[in-house]
Design a protein around this ligand. Sequence first.
Ligand SMILES: Cc1cc2nc3c(=O)[nH]c(=O)nc-3n(C[C@H](O)[C@H](O)[C@H](O)COP(=O)(O)O)c2cc1C
Length: 212
Amino acid sequence: MDLLKSRFDHTAPAESHTQRSPPRRRIIVALTGATGSILGIKVLIALRQLNVETHLVVSKWAEATIKYETDYTISNIRALADHVYNINDMAAPIASGSFRVDGMIVVPCSVKTLASISSGICDDLISRAADVILKERRKLVLAVRETPLSSIHLRNMTTATEAGAVIFPPVPAYYIKPSSIEDLIDHSVGRMLDLFDLDTAGFERWTGWKKE
Ligand SMILES: Cc1cc2nc3c(=O)[nH]c(=O)nc-3n(C[C@H](O)[C@H](O)[C@H](O)COP(=O)(O)O)c2cc1C
């Protein structure tokens, strides 16, 4: 009642804005079955460190690549997220535009999921959530991993870009002079999260030629 009063009665005392902490940023993270599952895992870890609320969907083939490529278990990865959904759950909150999120990242993104997103086929929760992000004009980052690329892949990337997505192939930046694969992963993760205006502070930024 007090809340209603303060909202509609201009004679009521104004609510204190200084006492409210800003709402937590909210990002959907989808892992699909392209190689590079560690990138998705490291994105989840970085978002946790940045206190971002994460909504996670993992495809069947992502589960297979995670198992093959890393020492993480699916339950380890689920535990990194705030909310986890089954890929077939079309009634999940993230399937609706009325559920407010800041954006979505598909990392790694297979060319199959790229094709589903660019053609608007909402037959699983990842492509549906991505479709919703595009229609609501929110930020969608697709870390598409395939090489070499066919004209089908390139066309699908163009279509997704024209609809508002950012294609972020996780290609290494050799100028950082990496001493390990970890350095390359941290750099890619940092640059991906830059797109959401989030700074992992986990990599060195280019500031010009280094003086010898
Ligand atoms: C070990 C392994 C590596 C794969 N790497 C890639 C890849 O880099 N890019 C890609 O588009 N598909 C890759 N695939 C194939 C996808 O997993 C497959 O197309 C799958 O249907 C993708 O489905 P999803 O997007 O629903 O996860 C790979 C599959 C396996 C088993």
